[in-house]
Design a protein around this ligand. Structure first.
Ligand SMILES: Cc1cc2nc3c(=O)[nH]c(=O)nc-3n(C[C@H](O)[C@H](O)[C@H](O)COP(=O)(O)OP(=O)(O)OC[C@H]3O[C@@H](n4cnc5c(N)ncnc54)[C@H](O)[C@@H]3O)c2cc1C
Length: 280
């Protein structure tokens, strides 16, 4: 556990679930939706995985009526690295609780060592649950095939570039190629998958989604944009004003360091923000 520093506060809503819920209410007042994430990943003992599972359920119970009960989880925090059966049991119990409260659970995608396993567990969960969605990372070479499979299965997908450093055998390295792959995957999802989520702050990709959906008569109500807490706030509001659905990923908790460093690695502007505050 690490107390939330001033720098991390830009990207993390607070330490307690109540902080995240308050952020969600503030977003809702502006017509913006939220998905809540209790930070934590890579747990190696069953007791800790059990605690993460209970925390996700507590969060679902705590989100008040009137706010969508939409949470994002990392399966590595619920025992994925220990055993598939343990992870399946834990995540299933979260989905059962989510169903009771009309909630939705998104399985975040982690590093490529877990991609295949994550998809297999997701497909297993989908046999019994319809309130669960997956994330696919456009930068991975495999993802175009995974997107086609998701469309065939009718899965709910969040498409992002991919936040983990991967080798060239696994993932594209060049941003122009990643953008090209993202657009191709997004078009497939927008054409054929239920309520895809286009998760990016990249204006080229947001603009491409708007142009593609207009050109193909795809209604704004049939997909959503997603962005991260603390990044491009004014764009959230302008998209809502243009009639689009926007959902913000609202992380909270004390295990914020890996999440924070992924944000710093992504963008020079985020590092500059931290440095400016360091020397203020
Ligand atoms: C809701 C959500 C959920 C995610 N879930 C996952 C997940 O489960 N697994 C995973 O691996 N990754 C996830 N990610 C992270 C994602 O994979 C990327 O690492 C992250 O979004 C950075 O890529 P980007 O496309 O947003 O833009 P970047 O590649 O960071 O930036 C590209 C361009 O976007 C524009 N831009 C970006 N930020 C700004 C800004 N603040 N102001 C102005 N312009 C800006 C600039 O033109 C910039 O050059 C998620 C991202 C989001 C938004």
């Amino acid at each position: 556990m690490t107390p939330l520093t001033l720098f991390a506060r830009r990207f993390v809503a607070g330490e307690r679930p109540q902080d995240a819920v308050r952020a969600g209410q503030q977003l809702q007042a502006k017509g913006i939706k939220a998905t809540f994430d209790k930070l934590g990943e890579d747990v190696n003992d069953a007791a800790a995985a059990g605690r993460a599972t209970e925390a996700a359920k507590e969060l679902l119970r705590l989100i008040p009526a009137g706010l969508e009960r939409n949470v994002s989880i990392k399966m590595s925090s619920m025992g994925q690295r220990i055993s598939r059966d343990l992870c399946l049991a834990n995540v299933s119990s979260v989905l059962d609780l989510a169903k009771e409260v009309s909630g939705f659970v998104r399985l975040d995608m982690e590093g490529s060592a877990l991609t295949q396993d994550t998809l297999e567990i997701f497909h297993e969960l989908r046999k019994r649950h319809d309130n669960v969605g997956i994330v696919l990372q456009a930068s991975l070479h495999r993802t175009a095939d995974d997107v086609r499979e998701a469309v065939r299965r009718g899965d709910r997908v969040r498409l992002c570039k991919g936040a983990y450093k991967e080798p060239p055998q696994i993932a594209l390295q060049d941003m122009a190629k990643i953008r090209q792959a993202f657009k191709a995957c997004a078009h497939l999802l927008l054409d054929g998958a239920p309520r895809p989520a286009i998760a990016s702050h990249d204006e080229e990709l947001i603009g491409d989604t708007i142009a593609y959906t207009k050109e193909h008569g795809i209604l704004p109500s049939s997909f959503e944009f997603q962005m991260l807490f603390g990044l491009r706030k004014s764009r959230w509001e302008s998209l809502v004003a243009e009639g689009y659905t926007v959902r913000i990923y609202v992380p909270f908790g004390t295990h914020w360091i890996p999440y924070f460093y992924r944000r710093l690695r992504e963008r020079r502007e985020n590092v500059l923000f931290v440095l400016r505050n360091l020397f203020r």
